[in-house]
Design a protein around this ligand. Sequence first.
Ligand SMILES: [Zn+2]
Length: 185
Amino acid sequence: MSTKRALQSEIRQYRNAERLLVLGARVPIVMEMTQLSSWFLRKLSLEIRGEAPRKGQVPNSDQWYLRRQNNLEASLFCALYESLKKYAEAGTDECALLVGAYSQVRADFGAAGAAVGMSIDRAWWLVKSLQIKNLRRARCRVCQGRYLQAWSRLERNFLCWECRQQGYTVAGGRAPRRVRRGAAS
Ligand SMILES: [Zn+2]
């Protein structure tokens, strides 16, 4: 690698680290994405956020994404991530996609007056879970929206919560009117 390219790559790593830390990412995750040292990242985190970086385990479970509200956020994140990836310039790194999609989810929820429950750490784990095929995006057969689903629970006639609430059933068609709203979910 030429000196200039090496320098550009190094600058990009620092920028990525800064973006991730501003969004509240844990140090081990920033380390993995930037190859910068733990010591340096802890110092940078302290400088950026004015507090010591958070401790504790990084996310490693897929169950969180399958709860209703979390699933909506996570599914929106996936859609934005895929869209960014599709139109990204050649050479765009995964960190830029993660930060870009996550920032957009926060902006969308913020515009609607809601806070996002999904942390940047969970967004990071979500990308991994999709890559290793723990989770997949299933298309609802009624509204055609795509929602996260465990890979092991693949359903041919997948129905999202909203459509179940409307009375649609997995077997096909719509449930009789006597089915109370919510009773079908
Ligand atoms: Zn639906």
